[in-house]
Design a protein around this ligand. Structure first.
Ligand code: HPA
Length: 279
């Protein structure tokens, strides 16, 4: 496990990736559990396997593959992470944040981040899309930050602000697209936990009380790294299951993957729509 990653190491990684593709992406995408199919839609794609990149965290979870897909989507130059790693897989927080730092060095200005999440808001149903309006960083409040260690001043400040973490302009565009293409879009707050266990009913009641609408095991570390270095973020959760607030309905990874099949076509339409509308 690599605890800290230097700017020199980050530059070596971005140089390696640039040597494998002539695309110069300005938009990055991280695809969550069961949502990786979107990467198959990238045109003129170059592929870089995670296993070829030193320190890059590889996913060990079913439903995640492991490669960067670099190419075009809706006329934009994109770098897509087909598969992401999670803290619970044994990586350091620095490694979880590494791909976003590398994206920054590659020239990425905008990050789309997606995940599968449990619906804590009782109105949410499996298959719904939720635009993330803000997050509750429970994993960070517990002391785990991808920014821990010496600050890399050329990337961003020691104490980065987290206001407007999920960019207003991108959110407005996403809401507009959802009504244009008639996809119901929920909005809400995403709470991040470390996992890999799902929550107890008492955990979930706590999350509800503190104002969470959805819960998951990813996204927030990557968003913090993105905001630290000035990358703007659009976050969308696919609601894969209803949180087991009553204590009678077990949650399983299979239902998370299954819901991905319903969510992917909607998510693809949303992301394509937003891509068409951003400069
Ligand atoms: N809890 C935490 N993470 C999740 C869930 C959940 O219910 N569903 C998908 N990811």
């Amino acid at each position: 496990m690599t605890e800290y990653i230097s700017l020199k190491q980050l530059k070596e990684i971005s140089d390696l990736i640039q040597s494998k593709s002539t695309h110069r992406p300005t938009i990055g995408m991280i695809l969550g559990s069961g949502l990786g199919l979107l990467a198959d839609e990238v045109e003129n794609a170059d592929y870089v396997e995670y296993s070829q990149i030193s320190h890059w965290p590889e996913s060990t979870v079913e439903g995640h593959s492991g490669q960067l897909v670099i190419g075009n989507l809706e006329g934009q130059s994109v770098v897509v992470m087909q598969g992401r790693a999670h803290y619970y897989e044994g990586y350091s927080m620095a490694q979880i944040g590494l791909p976003v730092r590398v994206m920054k060095l590659l020239g990425v200005k905008t990050l789309f981040v997606t995940n599968a999440a449990g619906g804590v808001n009782p109105e949410f149903e499996p298959g719904d899309l939720m635009l993330i309006t803000d997050h509750i960083n429970l994993i960070g409040m517990g002391g785990l930050s991808p920014l821990r260690g010496q600050n890399i001043d050329s990337l961003g400040p020691r104490f980065p602000d987290m206001m407007n973490a999920y960019n207003n302009v991108l959110r407005d565009i996403a809401v507009g697209i959802s009504s244009e293409i008639d996809i119901g879009l929920r909005q809400g707050i995403y709470a991040s936990l470390a996992g890999p266990n799902f929550e107890t009913p008492a955990d979930l009641r706590f999350l509800q009380v503190i104002g969470a609408d959805a819960v998951g095991m990813s996204t927030v570390p990557e968003v913090i790294v993105a905001r630290h270095s000035g990358i703007r973020v659009l976050g969308i959760s696919g609601i894969s299951n209803k949180a087991n607030l009553d204590g009678n309905t077990p949650t399983s990874h299979e239902e998370v993957i299954e819901a991905g099949r319903v969510i992917v076509p909607k998510l693809v339409a949303m992301i394509r729509g937003v891509l068409k509308n951003i400069v």
